[in-house]
Write a protein that binds this ligand. Structure first.
Ligand code: ADE
Length: 314
């Protein structure tokens, strides 16, 4: 075969993956560390009920310009077995540090690490949310809303670059067509914006992007809560609202706290003593504003967390 031609279906079948160990489990299935010839990869194995997530996720990864430092690198999608034994595989880059959620449970972060993680996270969301026009349809990148943004869906590379993963609920906004399935209340309860909990969202592109930004505020709060630059000892890792509603809240528990009481995770006074953290805390409060239209965009968060901006306040 000529080296320039695309792999034939026969050659593609020769990918032979050895599963090594389970790294994460959830209702979506399981993520394995695996080897593909000499390369270590991650394999997400999804049960038959998750077929739609598998289809959506690969559609997102295959969009133009999705090759980005802060978006998980997609390798392949495969269907294994048949009939009742069908499994849906998604093969991606593997990152040893795992998710930001797992990392924060067992590690604290310095001010510099916090800045870098926050900036690369905002850079990934900016890219995902951005519509990039092109004359050629093959290069046009539509805006995409994640719709399940949370610290367990952000992975950390070895150099602490954050990369966004898990696009099974994502929504593509193409100007020429409607937004497909348009039910609003999807995602993880704990990270749901007040307008979703109230069932009061209009189905516009911007309203979905603002819902991601609310969740981004919660994730940045998780980062700040584990930063070693705060005064006093660093508290143990807690999920957003874990203090308020515990580990297994009902939808009513979350609605009560987020919508009726308009509570948010506690920002400690001591955090505001550090000039850099104080600015980041203001950003977080702008992100989880009850008024969706008052929230910052991802590109604005990227600007506010850029090296230039952070180094003038710390
Ligand atoms: N957990 C979920 N996805 C992962 C990946 N791609 N690499 C490492 N851990 C993961």
């Amino acid at each position: 075969q000529h080296p320039q031609s695309p792999p034939s279906p026969i050659l593609e079948k020769l990918r032979s993956i050895t599963l090594i160990e389970i790294k994460a489990r959830g209702k979506f299935g399981a993520v394995w560390k695996a080897s593909d010839k000499n390369e270590i990869v991650a394999v997400k194995i999804m049960p038959i009920q998750e077929k739609q997530s598998w289809l959506t996720e690969q559609e997102i990864y295959k969009l133009p310009l999705m090759n980005h430092d802060s978006i998980l690198k997609f390798i392949a999608a495969e269907k294994h077995g048949d009939n009742l034994n069908t499994e849906f595989w998604l093969i991606t880059a593997f990152h040893e540090l795992g998710s930001l959620h797992d990392f924060l449970k067992s590690n604290t972060v310095s001010w510099e690490e916090l800045c870098y993680i926050a900036y690369t996270l905002a850079r990934g969301l900016t890219h995902l949310h951005e519509e990039i026009p092109s004359e050629k349809m093959e290069c046009y990148k539509p805006a995409v809303a994640h719709r399940d943004f949370k610290s367990s869906n952000v992975l950390l590379k070895n150099d602490l670059t954050a990369c966004i993963a898990d696009f099974g609920l994502a929504l593509i906004f193409k100007p020429s067509r409607s937004c497909g399935d348009m039910h609003g209340q999807v995602g993880t309860r704990r990270y749901m914006a007040p307008e979703i909990l109230e069932g009061a969202i209009n189905f516009s592109r911007d309203s979905f992007l603002r819902i991601d930004m609310y969740a981004c505020g919660l994730v940045l709060w998780e980062l700040v809560s584990r930063c070693s630059c705060q005064q006093g000892s660093v508290p143990d890792y807690k999920l957003p609202f874990e203090e308020e509603v515990g580990l297994h809240p009902s939808l009513e528990d979350i609605q009560d706290v987020v919508v009726h009481k308009k509570m948010r995770p506690v920002i400690k006074n001591s955090w505001k003593q550090h000039p850099g953290l104080a600015v980041l805390c203001d950003t977080i409060e702008d992100l989880w504003d009850h008024d969706a239209e008052a929230r910052l965009s991802a590109s604005c968060v990227m600007e506010r967390t850029s090296f230039q901006s952070m180094s003038t306040v710390s």
